[in-house]
Structures are given as C-alpha cells and as structure tokens.
Design a protein around this ligand. Structure first.
Ligand SMILES: Cc1cc2nc3c(=O)[nH]c(=O)nc-3n(C[C@H](O)[C@H](O)[C@H](O)COP(=O)(O)O)c2cc1C
Length: 178
C-alpha cells in the first residue's frame, strides 16, 4: 500500500472483531516501530505485547472510565503498550524528547498496522500506576501509551483537520503560504 494512501486511510479504531492476529504480523508491525528515528539513536522505547485476556481486562480497567477504548482493549486480541525511559533521550529547554521518540515509534507502528489491514488507537487517557501494576513495568520507565491491535469492525469517516492555511506560514510567523 502506498504511503500516502496509508496516511489518508488510517483512523483511530475503537471497535474490533475478535479475529486473531498472527504473531508474524505483530512482529512486522513492531519492526516498523523499531525503525523510527530517535534522540541520538538511543531508542528509549520498549513495547509490551499483551494477548492474555485476563491481563487485557485488567488493563482496560486502567483506562479512564469514560475512555471510548475501554471495550476495544477487551475485544481486540492484542494490546501493545508503549513504554519509554525518560533518561534515554535529551531534555532541552524543558522539551522531553523521550515522549517525542516514543510517539514517532508509535506512529510508525500505527501506520504499519493499517498497511496490514489492522486497526489501532492511541490511548493516552489511562491511570499509569494501575497499568504499571498489571504489567510490572519498572519505575525507571514511563508508560506513554497503549493501543488495541486487531481487525477493525468499523471504518470511521475521517475526522476534520485544520486547513494548511491555518497551520503553515511562509518565511515568518503569521505570513500565509497558502
Ligand atoms: C496523544 C494522544 C492521546 C490520545 N488518547 C486517546 C484516548 O485515550 N482514547 C481515545 O479513544 N483516543 C485517543 N486518541 C486518539 C485521538 O482522539 C484521534 O487520533 C483523533 O481524534 C483523530 O482521529 P483519527 O486518529 O481517527 O484521525 C489519542 C491520540 C493522541 C495522539
């Protein structure tokens, strides 16, 4: 699938079928994440692949109660949990690059998943301490995000984006390019 098609078609998927996802597909998607750029190539990310139903139930309880992904974590056969070491990347002028590094890896993972016909949804609204307990993540690592991974039960319409004229300037702040 062409990259631009993947970019245009990917959606946050919150409804899944229970169909299994082959380990080879999960590995392929994780390989895509592994190729992401990172601060000084330090690759501060770690991924936990959770298939166990009981663990996924417990993880779903770590999400904010009103999070639309609660059911998705229970239904999709795989949850991927993204962890990162804050000391594994720079912190310039208060900009924590470990979050950026982790986000880049997750984006590559989400795009690769779509190319494989699978859905994902970045889940950020969860109680980290609860997820940490379920997964035994050591204190040195933050849990940045998680995503269900599975066969989408829906293909939602695209969510709106700002026009380029609202977000792009030419040469200096405020001068329109488009
Ligand atoms: C940092 C971040 C945190 C997010 N957290 C959640 C979340 O907790 N629950 C959820 O359902 N979606 C979450 N999302 C998904 C966004 O709502 C979604 O990307 C956005 O509405 C655009 O829709 P699209 O991904 O289908 O294009 C999150 C996305 C990002 C980037």
């Amino acid at each position: 699938m062409d990259l631009y098609t993947v970019l245009a078609e990917r959606r946050s998927i919150r409804k899944y079928l229970t169909d299994p996802v082959a380990p080879e597909k999960v590995q392929k998607i994780l390989e895509a994440a592994r190729l992401a750029p990172s601060w000084k190539n330090q690759q501060c990310w770690r991924f936990i692949v959770v298939r166990d139903q009981e663990k996924r139930e417990r993880l779903s309880a770590a999400l904010f109660a009103d999070n639309p992904c609660v059911r998705a974590i229970k239904t999709a056969p795989v949850t991927i949990v993204l962890c990162a070491d804050p000391k594994g990347a720079g912190d310039l002028d208060g900009k924590d690059y470990y979050m950026l590094d982790a986000g880049l890896a997750m984006q590559q993972l989400m795009l690769a998943a779509h190319a494989e016909g699978l859905g994902t949804c970045w889940v950020g609204a969860f109680f980290e301490a609860k997820a940490r307990e379920v997964l035994q993540v050591p204190p040195a690592y933050r849990i940045v995000a998680l995503t269900p991974l599975g066969v989408p039960a829906v293909q939602p319409p695209p969510r709106p984006r700002k026009e380029l004229s609202e977000i792009v300037y030419a040469e200096e702040w405020g001068k329109p390019l488009f």
